[in-house]
Design a protein around this ligand. Structure first.
Ligand SMILES: [Zn+2]
Length: 241
């Protein structure tokens, strides 16, 4: 299965052929623009359109046994497609674009707050990033630095490196607990700024292509979760007074 979002995160629709339908109803395709839940970013929702215009509503997308397997999970009571059937895939683009903006905001936060990441979760309205840090940090200051990066409108692009290159540059990995998936020979880096001047880190998620597209964001709160853990919440819009 070809994961089209890896090369083009802006693909909201695509054509595909049904390769199999699992016993649990999960639909497998030859290619897809549906992102599967991974790395703290939720999978896409949307619908698959049949030739006669009938819709198969998709409640989510998840990985199967391997990363290269993406299961499209239908909502309850949806019709089941035939193997070999051609479908037009439509992701809920409004939702996905918010997730792309939020996911990119998490990368910007890791630039502003250069501590090891212990966890992260992206949603349409709110994202959280946990850092291994014991210092107290002012959320208004973090918000101001985040907005500086947004307003500078840095370019965001991806670049592939070999596993050997990653081994030679272990500092690229900011996540303390999660290692990038190995065994495919290459790792995708998400770079911010010309020549990755602002940041680069391994990531398989979907991002916007310029930091200004993130839009206005602020740190809603910073919670102390244990002596050496701080949980930051990123929200859209201006900081409330
Ligand atoms: Zn990412």
């Amino acid at each position: 299965m070809k994961a089209l979002f890896v090369e083009d995160a802006y693909l909201s629709t695509a054509e595909a052929l049904v390769t199999s339908v699992r016993e649990d109803g999960g639909i497998m395709l030859d290619q897809t623009c549906f992102y599967a839940t991974s790395g703290g970013q939720p999978g896409d929702t949307g619908f698959l359109e049949r030739d006669n215009g009938e819709r198969i509503e998709i409640a989510g997308a998840v990985n199967g046994a391997t990363k290269s397997e993406i299961i499209h999970v239908p909502a309850p009571g949806q019709p089941s497609p035939e193997i070999g059937e051609k479908l037009v895939l439509h992701i809920d683009w409004e939702r996905r674009h918010k997730l792309m903006r939020m996911h990119t905001a998490c990368h910007l936060l890791s630039v502003v707050c250069a501590y090891p990441i212990t966890g992260a979760s992206v949603s349409e309205t709110d994202s959280r990033v946990d850092f291994d840090m014991s210092e107290t940090i002012d959320k208004a200051e973090v918000t101001a630095k985040l907005m500086d990066l947004v307003n500078a409108n840095h370019r965001i692009y991806t670049q592939w490196i070999s596993e050997e290159d990653l081994d030679a540059n272990p500092d690229l990995v900011k996540s303390k607990n999660v290692r990038p998936p190995r065994g495919q020979g290459r790792i995708r880096l998400v770079c911010i700024g010309e020549d990755a001047a602002i940041d680069s880190q391994p990531c398989g998620g979907t991002h916007v292509t310029e930091t200004a597209e993130v839009g206005e964001i602020h740190i809603g709160k910073i919670e102390k979760k244990g002596k050496e853990n701080r949980r930051f919440r990123i929200r859209f819009g201006p900081a409330p007074d």
